[in-house]
Design a protein around this ligand. Structure first.
Ligand SMILES: [Zn+2]
Length: 439
């Protein structure tokens, strides 16, 4: 298959290609060139649109999709109360249908935002067993996204629920290993230090292979640090490290309240750090100092914590927040955005999925998007991030999405589903869910 007549941001040494083509064979990009290609069949003409690698969302929650607009009458006084009064109520209320429609909506909106791969963190304490398989069937089998799935293990709902969450995690891990599906991977999800006992963490570590990583919220609110110091006499990162949680394939999320000592441990262990700026701002927990982390050599990646599914909004807010918090225009620039979004997000993906990601170049996975974007100013390899932040983030029109060499979105429509019908049905399921958890 040839995709021709494209403006190509290769994100590689090849540079920006005006009026170019790419040849896709199977799941890979085989060749790339400029001008016309002699082949005359199996051609897709993209009429001068912008073609670039698909985006990666390094931390999200599909299960949050049906919370949009929920009529909550709460006045949380702390981050803990936001969790208790909204998110934990929601996850306890989820059932088969609501998990299914959350995943469908989250997946559809991710695709339509140019996201080709996402790392999800799932919780549904009202329906634990089999929940990860619902996400797999929806996101991977129906929508064709590249997805890493895990269950958010926690002791917050009691011993039996914790045991079931662990069981679901271990079983799914085995299941994924046996499937050998290039679009699916799994590791172990943990909610956060302050809702997990030592014995739970030890049990989890003892039940999984040493090369499986964890995915855990860390020091999002100050509560996580206060609890670790009170219960264990040490800070969160030290506690998790002592228990063997900080491994090469581990992702720590948020890290708003970290000491220098903790940052050193994160660096030493080589774990990934997922930043979610919009969520941090909305929860009023503070600012993660990611420039400092980058300067210390930590692998900062960008997620969005389920705050909508358009990762470009978080890309933009990431830059604004760092500048604003430091009152320094030069504090966070395009080189930092590049490192986080166009390098680290793909490296992180590559720790879970074999193959090459993030470049439009021969030998790389055919995961790319075609955007309908009329630029009023010159667009080239050097200023793409400027266009993403100041133009595309709020005028994003995704024309086509390819994942693993397969067309998943065409002419802005997700293929293989009836979107209108799904949104109609999702409204009914959301009403039922709201009713259940608010009464
Ligand atoms: Zn999260």
């Amino acid at each position: 298959m040839i995709i021709k007549n494209a403006e190509i941001f290769t994100n590689s040494d090849i540079g920006f290609i005006h009026n170019g083509w790419i040849k896709v064979e199977g799941d890979e990009i085989k060749e790339i060139g400029e001008g016309t290609h002699p082949q005359d069949e199996d051609i897709i003409d993209v009429h001068g649109r912008l073609l670039l690698p698909g985006f990666v969302n390094a931390h999200t929650h599909m299960y949050s999709a049906l919370a949009r607009g929920i009529p909550l009458d709460i006045r949380p006084r702390s981050f803990y109360e936001i969790l208790r009064d909204l998110w934990w109520k929601l996850d306890k209320g989820l059932e088969r249908d609501s998990i299914y429609y959350s995943a469908l909506i989250g997946g559809i909106e991710s695709l339509k935002s140019g996201v080709t791969a996402l790392i999800d963190h799932h919780a549904s304490y009202g329906y634990i067993k089999g929940s990860l398989n619902i996400l797999k069937e929806t996101l991977v089998d129906t929508l064709g996204l590249r997805v890493d799935l895990c269950y958010e293990i926690s002791d917050r709902w009691g011993e039996e629920e914790s045991r079931l969450a662990q069981e679901e995690s271990f079983e799914f891990l085995e299941y994924v290993k046996g499937l050998d599906n290039p679009l699916l991977s799994s590791h172990i999800g943990l909610h956060a230090s302050f809702t997990l006992k030592d014995e739970t963490l030890k049990n989890v570590v003892n039940n999984i292979p040493g090369d499986i990583g964890f995915h855990i919220h860390v020091a999002e609110g100050i509560e996580d640090q206060v609890d670790a110091i009170k219960r264990y006499g040490k800070r969160t990162i030290k506690r998790l490290d002592d228990l063997g949680i900080l491994r090469e394939k581990t992702i720590v999320v948020h890290g708003v309240h970290l000491s220098n000592e903790e940052k050193k441990i994160i660096k030493k262990r080589g774990v990934y750090f997922a930043h979610a700026p919009q969520s941090n701002m909305n929860n009023a927990v503070g600012t993660a100092h990611i420039k400092d982390l980058l300067e210390k050599g930590i692998n900062v990646a960008l997620g969005n914590d389920g705050f909508g599914f358009n990762i470009l909004n978080d890309l933009r807010v990431m830059m604004l927040l760092q500048k604003h918090a430091e009152r320094d225009f030069n504090r966070f620039g395009f080189d930092d955005l590049y490192k986080v979004f166009l390098v680290n997000n793909y490296r992180l993906l590559n720790t879970f999925f074999p193959g090459n990601y993030g470049k439009i170049a021969p030998g790389h996975k055919a995961d790319f998007v075609v955007l309908d974007y009329s630029s009023p100013t010159p667009l080239n390899g050097e200023n793409l991030l400027g266009h993403l932040i100041f133009g595309l983030a709020d005028r994003l029109k995704v024309d086509k999405v390819f994942i693993e060499g397969k067309l998943r979105v065409d002419n802005g429509k997700v293929l293989g589903i009836d979107e209108v019908e799904i949104y109609k049905e999702a409204q009914k399921v959301a009403s039922y869910l709201w009713n259940k958890i608010l009464n």
